[in-house]
Design a protein around this ligand. Structure first.
Ligand code: PEP
Ligand code: MG
Length: 459
């Protein structure tokens, strides 16, 4: 057995296909070559690789892959999130997998516990086949939550929104009964292309999403590039610390030839639905002010051109850096809403690269520092009367949902497949019980003890 980390729930049993080491590991031409490698794979394969880029993971959509095993990559690395959004069971951090497992081996991937079983005997296959049936049955039981409204056990209302990257994700959000799109990651539009999409292409994409959501909220995040998401046409030098580097809003504000067409496209799409703009990786108030000034200019140009747009479009900030969380009271005065990105908030608070599987023990949303920052941000947003949602992976963790609700959050933005389960979890907690849990959690001094407390008190 090889131990790793569960990054995408489910159990997969299939025949191993080893991705040749180094060949597809990172650059965009290599990603394209991987796509052609994938097209030759038979359905039911378990893909075993040393590393996976988000584009590599994206090429596995609809390929009937049984599971993914990856030696590297953290629990919230972007390629792991892509696998999760496709519902492909995945275990990352399975060190040695590409050597221990041989091409053609039968493999069991337990994406519920983070274990991989190479060359299992018949009884183990039977055991996991039956566990897989149980998992599939539970998914079927969850179906009824798709069409329901989100309410806590005391009848107070909440919302389950979705994180999506494209129109297929939007359709899945609708099918799963999401109450809106809480995070449209726009990077997908840019990755895989040799050139940046034009303003018209972007406008069409955003309008399609806005129309499909038919009046429900659509939060479009401006380009969040850098870190583990690079673009073939990005004008940037190699950086020593890419996650701490020239990325997201820093990149956009300095590259207006990118940013202005995106802002124009989002504004134009706001004529077709309930669209908001969200700024990623904010660390200071000037970034918000600069974006607002730019939006003001863009609006004035659009007005001159006679283009339609929503003049009252809401502008929000991702709270995903400790700096932003600490000044969330000040940012609340400049923003119409917040969305807490716990994936990056954990990475930046714990100083632990989210894509590094050796640091998974530090990827702890339950660390007291992270919990305090989240609680503080929600409190500041509520005090200022602006909406706040959670759009990091913590929003779909059954043990974190009551804690976040207890901090006062009522909007959870998750991958489409998690909508019914999040709704079911919320339906079992009253406001009072969740608050009592959250108050207790804030008194506990360590991540380990908090996890233990949650394990004992959440069933
Ligand atoms: C986050 O950081 O929590 C988030 C939702 O954004 P992303 O995962 O795209 O960085
Ligand atoms: Mg982020």
């Amino acid at each position: 057995m090889i131990s790793g980390y569960e990054v995408s729930k489910g159990i997969g049993i299939g025949v191993a296909v080893i991705v040749p080491a180094g060949e597809y590991s990172g650059q965009n031409e290599a990603d394209n070559a991987f796509s052609s490698f994938v097209s030759r794979i038979s359905p039911g394969a378990v893909i075993v690789a040393e590393s996976f880029t988000p584009v590599m993971a994206a090429s596995l959509r609809d390929k009937n892959v049984a599971a993914i095993v990856c030696e590297t990559g953290g629990m919230t690395s972007h390629s792991a999130l892509v696998a999760k959004s496709f519902g492909i069971p995945a275990v990352y951090g399975a060190i040695g997998a590409t050597h221990i497992i041989k091409d053609g081996d039968t493999v069991i991937v337990d994406g519920l516990h983070g274990n991989v079983y190479e060359r299992p005997d018949t009884s183990l296959i039977e055991e996991f086949s039956s566990r897989r049936k149980g998992f599939i049955k539970d998914r079927a039981d969850l179906e009824r939550y798709r069409g329901m409204k989100t309410v806590l056990a005391d009848g107070s209302g909440a919302e389950v929104l979705c994180n999506v990257s494209d129109i297929i994700g939007v359709m899945s959000a609708i099918e799963n009964g999401a109450e809106g799109i809480g995070l449209l990651r726009t990077e997908n539009l840019f990755t895989g292309n040799k050139t940046a999409p034009t303003e018209e292409e972007q406008t069409r994409s955003y309008m399609r999403v806005a129309r499909a959501m038919d009046g429900h909220g659509v939060v479009i995040r401006t380009l969040d590039i850098g870190g583990d998401k690079m673009l073939p046409f990005m004008k940037s030098e190699q950086e020593t610390n890419p996650f701490l580097g020239f990325r997201a809003i820093r990149y956009s504000l300095a590259n207006r030839d990118f940013f202005i067409p995106q802002l124009r496209a989002i504004l134009k799409a706001s004529a077709a639905g309930n669209v908001s703009i969200m700024i990623p990786m904010v660390t200071c108030i000037e970034e918000i002010r600069n974006v607002k000034a730019l939006i003001h200019e863009v609006k004035s140009d659009l007005r001159d051109e006679g283009a339609e747009f929503n003049d009252d479009i809401r502008i929000g900030a991702m709270i995903e850096t400790p700096a932003a969380a600490v000044i969330s009271d000040l940012l609340a005065e400049e923003c119409d809403f917040f969305s807490i990105g716990t994936n990056d908030l954990v990475q930046y608070t714990m100083c632990a690269d989210r894509s590094n599987s050796k640091l998974t023990y530090l990827q702890a949303v339950t660390h007291p520092s992270v919990l305090r920052l989240i609680a503080r941000t929600i409190e500041n947003a509520n005090a200022a009367g602006i909406p706040v949602s959670i759009c990091g992976e913590a929003a779909s963790e059954p043990f974190m949902i009551p804690v976040l609700a207890g901090f006062g959050c009522r909007r959870f933005s998750v991958d489409p497949l998690s909508v019914p389960e999040v709704r079911r979890t919320l339906s079992t907690w009253t406001t009072e019980k969740a608050k009592a849990l959250a108050d207790e959690i804030l008194k506990i001094p360590s991540d380990g003890e908090i996890k233990e407390y949650l394990r004992k008190n959440i069933h």
